[in-house]
Write a protein that binds this ligand. Structure first.
Ligand SMILES: Cc1cc2nc3c(=O)[nH]c(=O)nc-3n(C[C@H](O)[C@H](O)[C@H](O)COP(=O)(O)O)c2cc1C
Length: 144
């Protein structure tokens, strides 16, 4: 049974709704899921999962500082211990979604995580289609 970790930051609930939809999809596909706010996530969370999804609002065309802070905090501890672990990402906002996901990819590349598939960008409050897509993301991650 795949152990999925979803790490996200959210202030006004859009990214959190996406994270919860990933959780639902993964649970329906039989995975165990840990859903963590980036500020509360630890290196143990990343070390102990099989697969991980990172979610962030777009902040100034970049990932949110809270998610970047997670990466900064755990880097030395997990370096060399998560090589090849699959990940994907998701973001919400308006303009700059691609840059925000690219910023996550650049960091994940330094961690030597392996991108499983392209991330999802939702514009504003996630539509029901966007949330369905996120459930699909959860199912796909559960089957890796
Ligand atoms: C500090 C800050 C910076 C932001 N920068 C951008 C931005 O560069 N591009 C954009 O489209 N939205 C930007 N936004 C809007 C958020 O990305 C958007 O409202 C997002 O859906 C909020 O996600 P949340 O509900 O999970 O907090 C910014 C919001 C904040 C608070």
């Amino acid at each position: 049974m795949a152990k999925l970790l979803v790490i996200y930051h959210s202030q006004t609930g859009n990214t959190e709704a996406m994270a919860k939809a990933v959780n639902e999809g993964a649970l329906s596909a039989g995975a165990t899921v840990t859903l963590k706010k980036a500020a509360e996530a630890t290196s143990d969370d990343l070390l102990s999962c099989d697969v991980v999804a990172f979610g962030s609002p777009i902040y100034f065309g970049y990932m949110a500082g809270a998610l970047k802070d997670f990466f900064d905090r755990v880097f030395y501890t997990v370096r060399g211990k998560v090589d090849g672990k699959p990940y994907t990402s998701f973001s919400s906002g308006g303009a700059g979604g691609k840059q925000a996901l690219d910023s996550i990819d650049r960091v994940c590349n330094s961690f030597r995580l392996k991108k499983a598939f392209e991330g999802v960008i939702a514009v504003g409050k996630p539509s029901s289609e966007a949330l369905e897509k996120m459930q699909g993301t959860g199912k796909k991650l559960a089957q890796l």
